[in-house]
Design a protein around this ligand. Structure first.
Ligand SMILES: [Zn+2]
Ligand SMILES: [Zn+2]
Length: 724
């Protein structure tokens, strides 16, 4: 361990987007790398992390001294190297990445000492009358505990405990160490595994503590992947190490948490954006102290200060929401692999429909692969059929075709549940004037306003701008002339209510569910059969088990295919096969109907045949032939600013000064598909290169050739996913 002694100079990284760490003078206390310190910055103080020796020990400028070092566990060497790596790969300042690791600044402040604990006084004060209520408290107070806990255990009011303490019937004991709380128990009896699951679990168990290795755990929905990686967690727990499970949509993980509790006896520590400040602080501290042994979290959990991480699991590794495309643009699955590599620990990627990236890594021998073939419990896969909307169109202004309507009716008559899937929130995606064709558009984005009947307004799904529906058309002044075009889930629900008046219908869409509790409640109502027909967006696709759901109708299977996005077909396959997987469990076989205008599309044919492998092979061939990821590399530069001509000018200048490199193809500048987003005009340049090209070095050099005007921003997105 390097020590920096009083009088030494030391580099301190601050969670701000400066080009690098700043130099400071060590004060009275020696420091080591990773220590959290308060340092002066301008006229204020800021908290940062000791990053290492200064870059230039010979420089003779004057440094300001470190004010104090904070009494918290230092940031591990592994996490510091990870931050450096991510910054360099994503071409962002290290401080911007450190900010993600220091996302709870309050957790670094001194903690309140734990409340004093109370124990039954012995002997009792003379003449103290022991009523039955007091006796209950005395009985509970044979182990020291806080007043609040004591009141809860004894089933009495807080006042009673307070009065007894004041009367001397309860004595205070010294508040001890901060309690780690109940811990997950690897030996807690869990569910019985099938032979296939057991074999996979044994392989994963053997990886714990055996260094870096990435394993793809592949299995269809319901094959029991979760139970298998739980065994790897059990092994890490037994070895005393921490585990991290990444989930794409943590808010919807109620069922996963319940299964975890069943396996390990307690809930894991959770980490997501809906946590309150106090919970966030508690979780961050528990993780940094090593008390939180298992963390289930969204992508940002990757930057938490685990002192002793022993396993990373990325569930639903193919999910597009692992890619963050604002601020620090990173892909949490890929960075999880990097974190595993730097920490020398195993990484498990779980999916029913692995991404082409992961499949290519398996094929190249970089990742191992475990397959869970059959559905746990012996259920068969659902039967998937296409409904050709050209042949069987729904009536005008409706979206449920006659064959789908028939199938829903049959399903409901049998007392089973059905799901209608449409990945579009709101009532209608477009509102236009019948008289002149004027479309209601967001003033800040290149996007139509989406009508939401529930909130009674029109809303932009990109910036949140909303407005009431105008009385008259702003273009032709015609009154009452606006009409809704196309369906959102709310409109499909309206149609379903008309077609199936007896059915109990519910909508599952993120904007209609105020938080994780509401989502869990809806899932529970579905499981209790209080809902016959569920209408939902992609949030229903995420791992919920509905044993009586036997029919899935996909309203618009073509929706994700429009737009010419590189991954459109892959994403459509993943999403629709995930939604299809909701149909049928155990003894109830499932049926899936996909409504489409393009029955001949490769991806829909593959879905109908259940030919995942054939689809992946064909898709991989196309990408390989075109030199697209995962067989080539992409990077996007988004030039943005409020002043449109200036944005255009800078984008053109950038293209002009781009250094020649025969291995790199420069596309653009072109208006980004969302040419206006939140009031910012955007132009995009796309770079395409073979896999071995160092695109980062090229871009770093390139951006160094141009001094940007202060009001123009250039954002780099390495491996872009969203082509917004
Ligand atoms: Zn009009
Ligand atoms: Zn907008």
């Amino acid at each position: 361990m390097i020590n920096f002694l009083p009088g030494d100079r030391v580099a301190v990284l601050l969670p701000v987007p400066l080009p690098g760490p700043l130099d400071y003078l060590v004060g009275d206390t020696p420091l080591t790398p990773g220590d959290f310190v308060r340092v002066p910055l301008g006229k204020h103080f800021s908290t940062g992390v000791v990053w290492g020796p200064v870059a230039d020990p010979q420089a003779d400028f004057i440094c300001r001294p470190v004010k104090e070092s904070l009494p918290v566990a230092p940031l591990s060497d592994e996490l510091r190297r990870f931050i450096d790596w991510v910054a360099s790969y994503c071409l962002v300042p290290q401080g911007a990445v450190l900010k993600m690791a220091m996302s709870v600044p309050k957790a670094l402040e001194p903690e309140k000492p734990p409340p004093p604990r109370l124990i039954a006084a012995d002997p009792l004060p003379e003449g103290y009358k022991v009523t039955p209520t007091r006796a209950r408290v005395m009985e509970a107070a044979w182990v020291p505990q806080s007043a609040a806990d004591l009141a809860r255990t004894a089933g009495v009011g807080a006042e009673t405990v307070k009065a007894m303490a004041a009367a001397g019937a309860l004595a205070e004991v010294e508040g001890g160490e901060i309690d780690a709380g109940p811990q997950p128990d690897p030996h807690h009896p869990g569910p019985t595994l099938s032979p296939g699951q057991r074999a996979a679990a044994d392989t994963l168990r053997a990886r714990i503590g055996a260094g870096f290795a990435v394993t793809l755990l592949e299995g269809v929905t319901g094959s029991g992947k979760t139970e298998v990686y739980f065994e790897a967690i059990a092994q890490a727990l037994a070895a005393g190490r921490q585990s991290l499970v990444l989930l794409p949509e943590i808010a919807l993980s109620a069922q996963l948490l319940a299964r975890f509790e069943k396996r390990f006896g307690v809930l894991p520590t959770v980490w997501h954006s809906d946590l309150g400040d106090a919970e966030r602080r508690r979780a961050w501290r528990a993780i940094s102290r090593g008390h939180a042994k298992v963390v289930v979290g969204a992508r940002s959990a990757l930057f938490l200060p685990f002192p002793d991480l022993g396993l990373v699991v990325v569930d639903e590794e193919h999910d597009g929401s692992y890619k963050q495309d604002e601020g620090v643009c990173y892909h949490a699955r890929d960075m999880a692999v990097v974190r595993g590599h730097l920490g020398g620990l195993p990484v498990v990627l779980a999916s029913a429909t692995p991404s082409l990236e992961t499949a290519a890594n398996v094929e190249a021998g970089r990742y191992g692969k475990l397959i869970l073939p059959s559905r746990h419990g012996g259920a068969s896969l659902p039967e998937v059929a296409l409904v050709d909307l050209r042949r069987d169109p729904p009536p005008r202004q409706q979206w449920i075709s006659p064959p789908l309507q028939q199938a829903v009716a049959t399903c409901l008559e049998a007392g089973e549940q059905a799901l209608l899937f449409l990945n579009r929130r709101g009532y209608a995606p477009l509102t236009l004037c019948r008289t002149c064709g004027f479309r209601l558009q967001c003033p800040h984005c290149t996007a139509w306003l989406v009508e939401h009947k529930a909130g009674g307004r029109l809303q932009c799904h990109h910036c949140g701008h909303y407005a009431r529906r105008p009385e008259e058309c702003p273009n032709c002044q015609a009154e009452e002339s606006f009409t809704a075009c196309g369906p959102g889930v709310e409109r499909v629900a309206e149609e379903a209510a008309m077609l199936f008046p007896e059915a109990r219908i519910a909508i599952m869409a993120s904007d209609l569910l105020p938080g994780p509790k509401a989502a869990a409640e809806l899932v529970a109502r579905m499981a209790r059969r209080e809902i016959d027909l569920l209408i939902g967006t992609q949030i229903v696709a995420k791992g919920h088990h509905f044993p009586l759901l036997t029919l899935v109708g996909v309203i618009d299977a073509d929706l994700g295919l429009a737009g010419g996005d590189l991954r459109a077909a892959e994403r459509t396959y993943q999403l629709l096969s995930q939604v299809s997987g909701r149909a049928g469990r155990a003894e109830h076989p499932g049926r899936v109907l996909l409504q489409t205008y393009q029955t001949e599309a490769k991806v829909l044919q593959a879905l109908a045949k259940g030919d995942a492998e054939g689809f992946a092979r064909a898709e991989a061939e196309d990408r390989r032939a075109g030199g697209w990821p995962p067989y080539g590399r992409l990077a996007a530069l988004i030039v943005s600013g409020a002043d449109s001509p200036m944005v255009e000018k800078v984008a053109q200048q950038l293209a002009r000064v781009a250094p020649r490199d025969p291995s790199i193809e420069l596309l653009g500048p072109a208006p980004a598909p969302l040419a206006l987003l939140r009031g910012q005009h955007r132009r995009r340049l796309l770079l395409k290169s073979p896999k071995q090209t160092n695109l980062q070095a090229y871009i770093r050099h390139w951006l160094g050739l141009l001094k940007l005007p202060y009001n123009i921003r250039v954002q780099v997105d390495i491996d872009p996913y969203s082509f917004l």
